[in-house]
Design a protein around this ligand. Structure first.
Ligand code: IMP
Length: 203
């Protein structure tokens, strides 16, 4: 089965293509459909925003194919769930990972360790040719450091320590992070569904 990824980010398309290598599905980039149409991510939830992105591809989707979209971010308990769906634009537009991280460090200054709980979320929405919808939700819980540590990863990784570890995502590195991240957990659910839904029937 062929899925088109509702994202204008070529790195994301490549990452998803690599993840899907062992699956009975192919993930093609929106660039093959003339590019990702502009979408205002205004739903106020990860699932709603992912749905808006997936729906934006429907008018240009070849017959019989699925649209797939993801939305993710960091939710901080002490900030009432912020930056949440605004994670990419926490410090304003255009998106700037270093400025977002600096703002989070500043906003969390003075917050005691027990109150520094946070989690990453990733929601994938798949829309099928007969109007089917499947939602896959991944979450990774942890706490925020006071100062960024580590150099790998991106975004808020240097500030986030996943439960069960003493190192930040940016210190743990991609291999460890990919084993427990919100994205890998959402993707694992997608994988289980794709295998059970699209594997060729055995004789
Ligand atoms: P997107 O929905 O995958 O584009 O992610 C939106 C924003 O959430 C990113 O720009 C980052 O600020 C933040 N984010 C999402 N996933 C991660 C992660 O794994 N590490 C650090 N930041 C993340």
């Amino acid at each position: 089965m062929r899925f088109f990824l509702a994202s204008g980010n070529p790195n994301k398309a490549r990452e998803f293509q690599a993840l899907a290598r062992a699956l009975p599905v192919q993930i093609a980039p929106a660039s093959e459909l003339g590019g990702m149409p502009p979408v205002e991510e205004s739903a106020g939830s990860f699932e709603g925003n992912a749905r808006l992105k997936a729906r934006a591809l429907l008018p240009v989707l070849p017959q019989g194919c699925w649209a797939l979209a993801d939305d993710s971010g960091l939710c901080v308990d002490a900030l009432g769930g912020l930056p949440g769906v605004d994670s990419a634009y926490y410090a304003g537009h255009p998106t700037d990972g270093a400025a977002n991280l600096a703002k989070l460090v500043s906003d969390m200054r003075g917050v005691e360790t027990p109150l520094r709980r946070a989690h990453f979320r990733c929601v994938l929405v798949a829309l099928g040719p007969a109007g089917q919808e499947r939602v896959f939700d991944g979450r990774c819980d942890g706490r925020l450091l006071e100062k960024p540590r580590g150099t790998s990863g991106f975004g808020y990784d240097p500030l986030f320590v996943p439960d069960g570890f003493d190192l930040s995502f940016a210190e743990l590195g991609d291999d460890v992070k990919n084993g427990l991240s919100h994205r890998s957990r959402a993707w694992a659910k997608f994988t289980a569904w794709a295998l059970s839904t699209f594997s060729p029937a055995r004789p």
